[in-house]
Design a protein around this ligand. Structure first.
Ligand code: UDX
Length: 437
């Protein structure tokens, strides 16, 4: 199929590359010329394992191109809207201006049989509004909503082999036709029995935000248990293992620590809360405000623990911060709890030396006041305290004996509960986890 993808940020670039890899002929369009130039040279503008390879192979087949000219979408039968929906400045609600602008830009180029597919995460009710705009424009094109569930770090895999597909379509013939076109787009995944849910626009939009709300709630639930465990002298990690054996609960997404961040979960739960309030149902998901608050408290707690462990002040102490990205296998520092902890410690007068395998350039751009070291050993040398805040594999596998030779004081604070306390303590370290005795 010939497909256009509007917006070549994280979602759009991955979607365009993967659709081309699956055999479609794809053009990715973005207003950012620098981004398009990188992508056209088969280079990802951000860190995502496997994406460069897919960009390279798809570009070589001639099936994948990138352009800054919206007119290049002409000839495509399916147009995917994959632009961002960030949090509005000073508000909880989502900023839909990029989605609206994408549709307006597409309108003059749409044919009567074309399908516009929304993938961006939007407040429920947006698709109906955009469908009405398409009707009003009278171009004859149809709208479908097809949320994505890709995780950073696994985006290529999640796009090529999704764990489910959701189509939100219009009622009647129009919806049947839209679903048929989407079946062609996702023929490969459907051939592998990927579960498919065909539903209305509102449900499709809600599937995405409620999935993220559930995941955020699960993380904040275990972090709330960590707060109780701290007060009671219990171990939240053992607790998570024990309750996780109940298959109704499950062990995944029950890792307590400094909490969730990134470009999705925090803004999505806030936008959801704002939308529910608009719908007169604010009460129904008022708990998401608690979820948000618990999450934000964990960063504060991490900083408090460093201060306590260093005898009441971090002033002029050298603190090594291991990790800056909001999670491993990513260079994304949007709303990153790890970067936040580094910034707060620096604000308290600590000499912070932060390191990360991928996220240093993005962190420097936002917080040039921090100290950075690209080499882990350099970062660790002479530290009064070591704080692990993003659980990259290379930090999880650090050898406490070897690291012990580099630091000034053997004090480690494990903000992701990924180190074995016993091994570290046996090597002469003071180990503190979050919600662990
Ligand atoms: C999330 C959703 O998982 C994905 O389905 C959606 O499409 C986009 O948002 P992502 O933002 O890539 O994906 O990250 P995710 O893997 O969900 O992690 C989010 C945050 O939660 C990270 O900061 C991570 O460190 C934290 N987390 C995750 C925990 O603190 N504990 C856990 O047990 C799991």
């Amino acid at each position: 199929m010939r497909i256009s993808v509007i917006g070549c940020g994280y979602l759009g670039a991955v979607t365009a590359a993967c659709l081309a890899q699956l055999g479609h002929e794809v053009v990715g369009v973005d207003v950012d010329a620098a981004k398009i130039e990188l992508l056209a040279g088969a280079r990802a503008p951000f860190f995502e394992p496997g994406l460069d390879e897919i960009l390279g192979s798809a570009t070589q087949t001639g099936r994948l191109r990138f352009s800054t000219d919206i007119a290049d979408v002409e000839g495509a039968a399916v147009h995917v809207i994959a632009v961002g929906t960030p949090q509005r400045k000073g508000e909880n609600a989502a900023d839909l201006s990029y989605v609206d602008a994408a549709l307006e830009a597409l309108l003059p180029h749409l044919g009567p049989d074309d399908l516009v597919v929304g993938k961006s995460t939007v407040p429920v009710g947006t698709a109906a509004r955009l469908a009405a705009r398409l009707d009003e424009a009278g171009c004859g094109a149809t709208l479908a909503w097809n949320p994505e569930f890709l995780r950073e770090g696994y985006a290529v895999r999640d796009t090529i082999s999704p764990d489910r597909l959701v189509y939100g379509v219009a009622a009647g013939e129009e919806g049947v036709r839209a679903a048929k076109l989407l079946d062609e787009v996702f023929a490969e995944a459907l051939a592998h029995d990927t579960p498919l849910i065909v539903t209305d626009y509102a449900t499709a939009e809600l599937v995405k935000v409620s999935a993220n709300a559930f995941l955020a709630t699960k993380i904040s639930f275990i972090n709330a248990m960590a707060e109780i465990a701290e007060a009671a002298g219990a171990d939240v990690t053992a607790l998570a293992d024990a309750i996780g054996h109940d298959t109704r609960i499950g062990r995944r997404f029950l890792n307590a620590g400094i909490g969730f961040g990134g470009g999705c979960l925090p803004k999505d739960i806030r936008a959801f809360t704002a939308r529910a309030e608009e719908l007169g149902r604010g009460e129904s998901i008022a708990f998401l405000k608690e979820v948000d608050k618990i999450n934000l408290r964990r960063r504060e707690r991490m900083v408090e623990m460093v201060v306590e462990s260093l005898g009441g002040t971090v002033y002029q102490k050298k603190v090594t911060v291991l990790g800056l990205a909001f999670k491993p296998e990513s260079d994304d520092v949007r709303d990153s709890p790890a970067l936040d902890v580094a910034v707060r410690l620096n604000g308290l007068g600590a000499h912070v030396v932060a390191t990360d395998p991928a996220a240093i350039p993005n962190s420097i751009r936002l917080h040039p006041q921090l100290g950075f070291a690209t080499d882990t050993r350099d970062a660790l040398r002479g530290a009064d305290a070591v704080v692990l805040v993003t659980e990259w594999a290379q930090y999880r596998s650090l050898d406490p004996v070897e690291v012990g030779q580099l630091v000034r004081d053997r004090l480690i604070l494990d903000g992701r509960n990924v180190l074995d306390p016993q091994t570290w303590r046996q090597a002469g370290w003071t180990y503190r986890g979050m919600g662990r005795p």
